[in-house]
Write a protein that binds this ligand. Structure first.
Ligand code: UDP
Ligand code: MG
Length: 317
């Protein structure tokens, strides 16, 4: 039996050598202040820099710190899932390593948890130090997602949150490959509370979410929670046929009223238009089929190379 642990903090890290020491210090300070037992689990999502060495060193001197090393980079959302699988605490806090989510907010989350909430999620009322592009795309993403999905996924909410053990275990049973964690956590329900906070600037280093990953993230979020893009096919098909029918009447009218041979331009326009729509729809259907393929392969979500700091070799179920 492992010792009783009250709080588990899950921190996914990907090439964060510039910040990880500082985030350890800030988290430690906050958690020592809470005065109850805790563990901090860093998930090394295939770092290619010194991050894992720095954390291993910290583990040697601090029994509260644990490290899960992935065999390669599996992505932020999967790193969070893995961290959750390895926790022992009664309440679990998920937080980024870069200190954009201030650890000082955690005691307030704990307070709400003690009042009886099962999920306390951080809602960003302000985003400091993020470029206009990031703010704009983020704002668009959350609102677009709200429009498209049936699950109520709160707007302007990231992964920074506290969840109760029972929520963590429920999520652990969901083995979907394309994970959008905040969507899943919202989907499982339970008693939820939105705690407002100001999102700080990154402590150091650069964002690990370049545009390509952001697009992947947004597609995952939308496709795993909505069929509406598929419905777009029928809607577009209907509109296009309607327009085509209107044009047909016009063509017949021209045929009977004028002698001119109709130009090729309209032909090209129509053909381009239809091909465009067909390709878009094929793409959307492909996205869904790709995900069916991912699920049917039934591969493990992640592969762990080794762990550091755990009492027994803890295996996720
Ligand atoms: N991260 C990760 N795997 C990845 C990308 C990011 O574990 O493939 C971690 C990263 O180290 C950080 C958190 O996820 O702790 C959020 O990433 P980042 O701060 O770069 O995202 P942003 O705040 O810019 O959206
Ligand atoms: Mg960040």
């Amino acid at each position: 039996m492992s010792d009783f642990i009250r709080y588990s903090i899950v921190v996914p890290v990907f090439n964060e050598e510039e910040v990880v020491e500082e985030s350890y210090k800030r988290l430690k300070k906050v958690m020592d202040g809470v005065n109850e037992s805790y563990e901090i689990i860093f998930v090394n999502d295939g770092c290619r820099d010194k991050t894992p060495d720095i954390i291993s060193d910290i583990c040697k001197n601090d029994a509260n710190i644990k490290l899960v090393n992935f065999s390669r980079n599996f992505g932020h959302q999967i790193a969070i899932s893995a961290g959750m699988d390895y926790t022992n605490g009664q309440a679990i806090v998920i937080i980024d390593a870069d200190l954009q989510d201030p650890p000082e907010v955690i005691p307030q989350m704990i307070q709400k948890w003690k009042e009886g909430y099962d999920v306390v999620y951080g809602k960003r009322i302000k985003r400091k130090g993020e470029g206009l592009f990031k703010k704009l795309t983020a704002a668009m993403f959350y609102r677009f997602l709200k429009m498209l999905t049936n699950v109520v996924i709160p707007v302007d909410v990231g992964d920074f949150r506290l969840i109760d053990r029972k929520v963590c275990e429920t999520i652990g049973k969901i083995k979907e490959q394309n994970r959008f964690m905040r969507g899943l956590i919202s989907w499982v329900g339970f008693k939820q509370y939105a705690l407002e906070y100001v999102r700080e600037e990154r402590f150091a280093g650069k964002t690990k979410y370049p545009l390509k990953k952001m697009i992947q993230f947004a597609t995952d979020a939308i496709i795993s929670f909505s069929y509406k893009p598929l419905k777009l096919a029928s809607l577009l098909g209907f509109l296009v046929s309607l327009a085509g029918f209107g044009y047909l009447i016009y063509v017949i009218y021209i045929y009977f009223t004028t002698n001119t041979v109709s130009g090729w331009a309209s032909g090209i326009v129509i053909s381009l238009f239809f091909h465009g729509i067909t390709l878009i729809m094929l793409g959307i259907i492909g996205e869904y089929i790709g995900r069916i393929y991912d699920e049917s392969k039934n591969r493990p979500l992640y592969i762990v190379r080794n762990t550091v700091g755990f009492k027994e070799e803890k295996q996720p179920d």
